[in-house]
Design a protein around this ligand. Structure first.
Ligand code: ZN
Length: 107
């Protein structure tokens, strides 16, 4: 069973506006995200950011990042992606669990 969805799977799943005629060249960034070579724009792009930026009338605002809800960096389906500020994102990944463990009880 394949639980990862890279750019080529998304393409055939008809989830993107743009259609490519051949399988795309993909590789992983050093921090585990999929990158693909956009054959028309002639530039490498992060798949997870591309999926959102392809939405009509949608832009990822400066200072915002894309989070994978299931923590699987290769599950780039639209339903798995959230946009949030970098601070909110850091809370989820860095502070979430320890803070919950050590937070004092409210009275
Ligand atoms: Zn995240």
């Amino acid at each position: 069973m394949n639980s990862n969805y890279g750019i080529n799977e998304l393409r055939t799943a008809d989830e993107l506006n743009e259609k490519f005629t051949a399988p795309l060249l993909t590789w992983l960034s050093s921090n585990g995200y999929e990158i693909f070579w956009h054959p028309i724009k002639m530039t490498p792009m992060f798949t997870h950011r591309y999926v959102l930026e392809e939405l009509p009338n949608f832009n990822i605002l400066p200072g915002h990042v894309v989070h994978h809800r299931d923590k699987n960096k290769l599950n780039n389906r639209l339903a798995n992606l959230d946009v949030m500020t970098k601070d909110a994102h850091d809370d989820i990944h860095l502070k979430g669990a320890p803070n919950r463990l050590f937070r004092k009880k409210q009275t």
